[in-house]
Design a protein around this ligand. Structure first.
Ligand code: NAD
Ligand code: UDP
Length: 313
């Protein structure tokens, strides 16, 4: 195996910690960079005994220099509650973080992958969403700091590639869930599971008719690693998500069933600009990466419920 030095920004977060774990298990040297805004040391504590794992406290809005072969740029709060807490910081993280990490990639000649998002499609007018769809995004709404920040980051990646020949990859990640999601981060899967385990009301926003497609974190990590390993000529963007589409009300019912909870469903107002539907077209990932998700919603939920049972205790 070809041992690589790999930088993971946002490495102490939910997805980042799984990615670091997987890269270490493949024998690479991993540098986990994080400012701990939404990430936690607990997520990576189990990796610290590995001498090829290093933790760096740093904020990506400031430049950073390190000799590496590959960079996975994940640093950015991902849940609406967290990214709307300080929207200016969120867009700075996306845009200045992209500039700083692309500058680093250019300087040390590293390959760099951007964790983009299905939010670049906004409230989509095309369903399911292929990469060729340009999206329907409000530039001045509550979600804009995140959506437009990620869109601008994609533009920066594209331009560093075109202008400076930096080797880039862009993955558009659809709703991902699994162990190590922050119990208070407000995302739907963690909210519903924590509420169900505590027999509290399950908070469905709107009528729960809006849809999402939920991907288990291991499938995402596999997709990201395959994208990084793809031919230099393949830059993406490529959708990485599970095409299984569920109404939010269906998710609530499934979580109640799997936890055997006594919780009741209550309805709360739908947040502004909340997309009505979302489902990835993954033809490109199948063709270019020979990738498709393996883990069904029920199986992934069971693993996630087992994790949250320990936390709730
Ligand atoms: P997360 O909030 O758990 O992780 C983000 C990590 O980035 C945290 O550890 C946080 O402390 C760190 N971070 C935030 N701002 C930073 C800064 N300025 N400098 C350094 N570190 C910073 O979220 P996640 O779900 O693990 O998401 C990881 C990446 O994947 C994000 O870029 C997110 O936009 C993207 N993504 C995730 C999903 C999903 O469903 N989980 C969907 C689409 C895209
Ligand atoms: N949602 C909900 N109850 C909650 C949290 C979220 O009904 O307690 C809804 C939310 O309005 C959205 C969907 O679930 O329609 C997914 O929300 P999440 O914040 O997980 O992700 P995103 O909106 O970014 O896809």
């Amino acid at each position: 195996m070809n041992k690589k030095r790999i930088l993971v920004t946002g490495g102490a977060g939910f997805v980042g910690s799984h990615l670091c774990e997987r890269l270490l298990s493949e024998g690479h040297e991993v540098y986990c960079l994080d400012n701990y805004f939404t990430g936690q040391k607990e997520n990576i504590l189990h990796l610290t005994e590995n001498p090829f794992f290093e933790i760096i406290r740093h904020d990506v809005i400031n430049p950073f220099l390190i000799e590496v072969d590959e960079i996975y740029n994940l640093a950015c709060p991902a849940s609406p509650v967290h990214y709307q807490y300080n929207p200016i910081k969120t867009i700075k993280t996306s845009v200045m973080g992209a500039v700083n990490m692309l500058g680093l990639a250019k300087r040390v000649n590293a390959k760099i992958l951007q964790a983009s998002t299905s939010e670049v499609y906004g409230n989509p007018m095309v369903h399911p969403q292929p990469e060729s769809y340009w999206g329907n995004v409000n530039p001045i709404g509550e979600r804009s700091c995140y959506d437009e920040g990620k869109r601008a980051a994609e533009t920066l990646f594209r331009d560093y590639h075109a202008q400076n020949n930096v080797s880039i990859k862009i993955v558009r990640i659809f709703n991902t869930y699994g162990p190590r999601m922050h119990p208070n981060d407000g995302r739907v899967v963690s909210n519903f599971i924590v509420q169900a385990l505590q027999n509290k009301d399950i908070t469905v926003y709107g009528k729960g008719e809006q849809t999402r497609s939920f991907q288990y974190v291991d499938d995402l990590v596999e997709g990201m690693i395959r994208t990084m390993g793809s031919d230099d000529s393949f830059t993406g963007p490529v959708n990485i998500g599970n095409p299984g589409e569920f109404k939010i009300i269906e998710l609530a019912e499934k979580v109640i069933e799997l936890t055997g909870s006594k919780s009741k469903i209550v309805y709360q107002p739908l947040p502004s600009d909340d997309p009505l539907m979302r489902k990835p077209d993954i033809s490109l990932a199948k063709k270019e990466l020979d990738w498709e998700p393996k883990i069904k919603l029920e199986e992934g939920l069971e693993k996630t419920i087992a994790f949250f049972k320990e936390i709730v205790k």
